[in-house]
Write a protein that binds this ligand. Structure first.
Ligand code: NAD
Length: 493
C-alpha cells in the first residue's frame, strides 16, 4: 500500500472494527521532512470522544478474554504474516513521514515483527506456578488473567517498532487495546491498522485513536482504562506516570536518554570508532539508544578521535529513500532548531567543535525545505557541560577524556538518565566491572547500540523509566495480566 491507499488526505480513527472520522477540530499536517511536502492531515480526537473508545474496548474485552488462547493467537500469527508481506511498502511510508533511511526503517519493522512472533508464544508466556501439597492437603495454582482495556502512547522516532512492543502482547493475553501514535508520523500506525483489519481480530479488540496531548490526558483520566504503556520524553513520561497513578491505573513510562560509551585503552579503536559513529548518527541521532557521548581512557583519546572523524567524513546526508543516504532529515524544522540550539550551547560552554553539521548542503531543489543537519562532533568535552548532560536527539557526538577506567564509569553514572551504555574493551575484568557498575537498563560490551531482542525486556533506569515492568517479552506480559492464586483442598467425605 502507498500513502494514497491509507488515507484520502485526512486520517481516520479505527474503532470497533471500522474506519471512522475523527471527532475533533484540532490537528496538524503530516509532512515529509526531507522535502517539506504535506502527506496528510492528522486530526486530534476530542477528549470527550476518547471515553467512547474505551467503552468499545471494554465491551469487546468481555468476549475476547474468554476466547481460547490458542484461538486468540491466530490473528496475531496472521498479523505477523501480513507485516512480513508488507514490510517493504511499510518501510517506504515510514521513511517518507519520518526521514530516516530505508535500511533503518526496514530494521525497525523487523524488530517490531519479532515482538509479534514472541507474543504468539502467549500460551507459554502466560503459564504460571503450581505447587502440590503447598500446605497439608492443599494445592495452589497461580494463573495470569487479562485486565481490560489498555492504551499505549508512542513517540515519533520508531513509529513502526514501538507500538509493537505492546500491542501484540496486550491482545494475545486477552485484553483490548487502544494505540495513540505520535501525531508527527501517524501514517505507519495507519498502515499497521489496515493490516490489523485484515488479520481477523474481533471488532473493538484493537483500536487506533489519533491525537495530541489532550487526547492522551483524556485516556489518563479515564477510570475504566486498565493501564497505559508510554514511551516518549522524560517530562511527559513523568507526567503520564503521575497522572495514571492518580487515576489508579497500571502504568509503565519510558522516558528520554543520554547514553555514554566508554572506550578503554585496550580496545580495538577502529572498531570502537566505527560502532560509535553508527550508534550516534543512525536515524539522525533520533534514538533513545544513541550513544552520543564517548569517554576515552588515557592515550586512546587521540587515535580514537582520528578514527571517528574518518568515519564521520564518510557519512552521506540526504533523502532517506536514496540508497546512498546515511543520515536522513530530522523530524521537523522546530526539532532541527532545537538540535542547533544544543550545538550552540556546546560551543558556548567551551567544547571543541571538530565537525559542524549546521551548514550541510543536500543538493536538489526538492530538498530546499528539508530539515537536514550534518554530523557534528565535539572534542575535549567537559562532561559537566550541557551537551554531555542533556538529551540532544540529533546527529551530535561528544568525545571526552578520562584518566582511568574508574573515572570513565563515574562520568557515565553522573547523568540523570539510565537507558543504555556501552563499553569497548579487550579486558574481561573491565567488562565485568562495567556490567556491575553502569547504572543503566541496557549494557553493551563491544556492541555500539545495546538493543535487546524481543524475547528480553526493554527498559531503562533513573529518569529514563518510571514504573517497574518494562516493554517486551515476559515483563510486558506481567504488566498486561494479573496473577490470581487458587488455593484448593478436597477433603475425603
Ligand atoms: P514526546 O514525549 O514529545 O511525545 C510522546 C507521546 O506523548 C506522543 O504520542 C505525544 O502525543 C504525547 N504527548 C506529548 N506531550 C504530551 C503532554 N504534554 N501530555 C500528554 N501527552 C503528550 O516524545 P517524542 O518527541 O515523540 O519522542 C522522543 C522522545 O522519546 C525522546 O526523549 C526519546 O529518548 C524518547 N524515547 C524513549 C525510548 C525508551 O525506550 N526509553 C524509546 C524511544 C523514544
Amino acid at each position: 500500500m502507498q500513502i494514497d491507499d491509507l488515507t484520502d488526505g485526512t486520517l481516520h480513527n479505527y474503532v470497533n472494527g471500522e474506519w471512522v472520522p475523527v471527532d475533533g477540530d484540532d490537528g496538524e499536517a503530516v509532512v515529509n521532512p526531507a522535502t517539506g511536502e504535506q502527506l496528510a492531515h492528522v486530526p486530534f480526537t476530542d477528549p470527550h470522544a476518547v471515553d467512547d473508545v474505551v467503552a468499545v474496548g471494554d465491551a469487546a474485552f468481555e468476549e475476547w478474554r474468554n476466547v481460547a488462547i490458542e484461538e486468540r493467537i491466530q490473528p496475531v500469527f496472521r498479523l505477523k504474516e501480513l507485516l512480513e508481506e508488507h514490510q517493504e511498502a511499510m518501510a517506504r511510508v515510514l521513511v517518507r513521514e519520518h526521514g530516516k533511511n530505508l535500511d533503518e526503517a526496514r530494521g525497525e519493522l523487523r524488530r517490531g515483527i519479532e515482538n509479534v512472533e514472541v507474543a504468539c508464544g502467549a500460551p507459554r508466556l502466560m503459564q504460571d506456578g503450581f505447587v502440590e501439597n503447598a500446605a497439608p492437603g492443599i494445592d495452589e495454582t497461580a494463573v495470569r488473567r487479562p485486565l481490560g482495556t489498555f492504551a499505549a502512547v508512542t513517540p515519533f522516532n520508531f513509529p513502526g517498532m514501538i507500538p509493537l512492543w505492546f500491542l501484540p502482547y496486550a491482545v494475545a493475553t486477552g485484553n483490548s487495546f487502544i494505540l495513540k501514535p505520535s501525531e508527527q508520523d501517524p501514517l505507519t500506525a495507519q498502515y499497521l491498522f489496515h493490516l490489523i483489519d485484515e488479520a481477523g481480530f474481533p471488532d473493538g479488540v484493537l483500536n487506533l485513536v489519533h491525537g495530541g496531548p489532550d487526547t492522551v490526558n483524556a485516556l489518563l483520566d479515564n477510570e475504566a482504562l486498565a493501564g497505559v504503556s508510554f514511551v516518549g520524553s522524560t517530562p511527559v513520561a513523568r507526567h503520564v506516570y503521575e497522572s495514571a497513578a492518580a487515576t489508579g491505573m497500571r502504568v509503565q513510562a519510558q522516558g528520554g536518554a543520554k547514553n555514554y560509551v566508554v572506550v578503554s585503552d585496550s580496545a580495538d579503536l577502529e572498531y570502537a570508532a566505527e560502532k560509535t559513529v553508527s550508534s550516534s548518527f543512525a536515524c539522525g541521532g533520533e534514538r533513545c539508544l544513541a550513544n552520543d557521548i564517548a569517554v576515552v581512557v588515557g592515550d586512546a583519546y587521540e587515535p580514537f578521535v582520528e578514527a571517528v572523524l574518518d568515519a564521520v567524513d564518510d557519512q552521506v546526508v540526504g533523502d532517506g529513500l536514496d540508497p546512498e543516504t546515511d543520515i536522513g532529515a530530522l523530524i521537523t524544522p522546530e526539532h532541527r532548531d532545537r538540535v542547533v540550539g544544543h550545538i550552540e550551547a556546546g560551543i558556548e560552554d567551551g567544547n571543541e567543535l571538530l565537525r559542524d553539521g549546521r551548514d550541510v548542503d543536500v543538493p536538489g531543489e526538492a530538498y530546499a525545505d528539508g530539515t537536514f543537519l550534518g554530523p557534528t562532533v565535539f572534542g575535549e568535552v567537559d562532561t559537566d557541560s550541557r551537551i554531555a548532560q542533556e538529551e540532544i536527539f540529533g546527529p551530535v557526538l561528544g568525545i571526552a577524556r578520562a584518566d582511568d577506567f574508574d573515572e570513565a564509569v563515574a562520568k557515565l553514572n553522573a547523568t540523570d538518565f539510565g537507558n543504555a551504555a556501552s563499553l569497548f574493551t579487550a579486558r574481561g575484568a573491565e567488562a565485568s566491572q562495567f556490567r556491575n557498575e553502569a547504572e543503566v537498563g541496557n549494557v553493551g560490551v563491544n556492541v555500539g547500540t545495546a538493543a535487546p531482542m524481543a524475547f528480553f525486556h526493554f527498559g531503562g533506569r533513573k529518569d529514563s523509566f518510571f514504573g517497574d515492568l518494562h516493554a517486551q517479552a515476559e515483563d510486558v506480559v506481567r504488566f498486561y495480566t494479573d496473577e490470581t492464586v487458587y488455593i484448593e483442598r478436597w477433603p475425603d467425605e
